[in-house]
Ligand binder design. Structure first.
Ligand SMILES: [Zn+2]
Length: 80
């Protein structure tokens, strides 16, 4: 049942009244730990998928950099 009495006028809101009070109270200025950019909700806690990947690589890099056990990667191919 179509109700077109007053639907469009209700969606109009004044943006010069109180823009900060109508948003969520849990508004923290979170920044990307990688590049300090504003964090995107879809890539929390990073700003983008790229920074999330950078952080992941950092973790992997630390995992590989084990002290006392230097990783030596042979340059020549054993199958050559
Ligand atoms: Zn970032």
């Amino acid at each position: 049942m179509p109700d077109d009495t007053s639907g469009d006028s209700a969606s109009k809101s004044p943006d010069d009244s109180a823009d900060d009070s109508k948003v969520t109270p849990f508004r923290r200025p979170r920044k990307c730990p990688i590049c300090r950019k504003p964090v995107a909700a879809e890539h929390k806690p990073f700003c983008s998928a790229r920074c999330a990947d950078v952080d992941l690589n950092r973790w992997l890099g630390e995992a590989y950099a084990v002290p006392g056990d230097p990783v030596h990667i042979p340059d020549d191919d054993p199958e050559a």
